[in-house]
Design a protein. Structure first.
Length: 118
């Protein structure tokens, strides 16, 4: 059974930093894209950042230059370093792991709350 365990969320002041981690287990994650989505209250879930198995990254315009996604394939773990946080970054952040070859294999974590407030 696939499990995604997220950690690193919390309360931070504007301008501060947080690092989210998501450890995946339960199968071999070869050729899987890993990513972070977020959902603010009353809004739809949206992609923040993604990284392919080959290391290519993409970011939402709202986080470019402030967030950095990375992955450790040996640990099946994806990270999101979030710097210069703003109140509008407040949301539940969800880890996502999906196959690059089949839509059948698409997994979500339970989410971790990030609150940016003074």
């Amino acid at each position: 059974q696939v499990q995604l365990v997220e950690s690193g969320g919390g309360l931070v002041q504007p301008g501060g930093s947080l690092r989210l981690s998501c450890a995946a287990s339960g199968k071999t994650f070869t050729r899987y894209t890993m990513g972070w989505y977020r959902q603010a209250p009353g809004k739809q879930r949206e992609l923040s950042a993604g990284i392919t198995s080959g290391g290519s990254t993409n970011y939402a315009d709202s986080v470019k230059g402030r967030f950095t996604i990375s992955r450790d394939n040996a640990k099946n773990t994806v990270y999101l370093q979030m710097n210069s946080l703003k109140p509008e970054d407040t949301a539940v952040y969800y880890c996502n792991v999906r196959s690059e070859y089949s839509t059948l294999y698409n997994y979500w974590g339970q989410g971790t709350q990030v609150t940016v407030s003074s």
